[in-house]
Design a protein around this ligand. Structure first.
Ligand SMILES: CC(C)(COP(=O)(O)OP(=O)(O)OC[C@H]1O[C@@H](n2cnc3c(N)ncnc32)[C@H](O)[C@@H]1OP(=O)(O)O)[C@@H](O)C(=O)NCCC(=O)NCCS
Length: 150
């Protein structure tokens, strides 16, 4: 999982930055992606909790970004599997998504996605939904292409 690094007394080998010495550029993670979204009234079902299709679309979006980073090109969603809704996500919650490529085939990738409901005021996060998505790397014609990482 990608974790942003920060300058602190615990990381003495990272030189402190000043306005004259810009912070070092951190490379983007290559096989994972993180997203944060707010749940608005339009995203709710009749029970007043997040509509499953809304959560799935956010998962698809986060997973596709991890897959695009991994294969360095365009992808299509081939399969959504093993999606479990553990906890309801409430109006006003934030949803924090973490997606990571867990397996690569010749042209396909399996991406695990965890969705946490977060109470923004406290920062408390709980695993609400998890699932695995399969993406296929495609060429300009939409046909599968081998994954070659540069
Ligand atoms: C996904 C798609 C490109 C696969 O094309 P295809 O001609 O069936 O491809 P192939 O049979 O050569 O399989 C290519 C790879 O995809 C995998 N794959 C294809 N369909 C799959 C499925 N339903 N579930 C899991 N993996 C699948 C194959 O296992 C293979 O993996 P590998 O190369 O790593 O071994 C094609 O079915 C497609 O375009 N589907 C529609 C995608 C779409 O519209 N998604 C929603 C919007 S993004």
């Amino acid at each position: 999982m990608y974790t942003a690094r920060m300058n602190s007394p615990e990381t003495p080998d990272t030189p402190p930055t000043t306005p004259d010495t810009p912070a070092p550029v951190q490379p983007a993670p290559r096989s994972s992606a993180r997203m944060l979204e707010l749940v608005f009234p339009k995203d709710l079902n009749g029970h007043g909790t997040a509509f499953g299709g809304f959560v799935l679309s956010m998962m698809d979006k986060a997973a596709s970004m991890a897959a695009i980073r991994h294969c360095q090109g365009e992808v299509v969603t081939a399969r959504m599997e093993a999606v479990d809704f553990h906890l309801p996500i409430r109006r006003g919650d934030a949803i924090a998504l973490e997606a990571e490529v867990i397996h690569t085939g010749r042209t396909s990738m399996r991406v695990k996605v965890d969705v946490f409901r977060e109470t923004l005021a406290t920062g408390k996060q709980e695993l609400a939904t998890s699932g695995v998505f399969v993406f296929v790397a495609v060429d300009a014609s939409g046909r599968p292409r081998p994954i070659v990482r540069g």
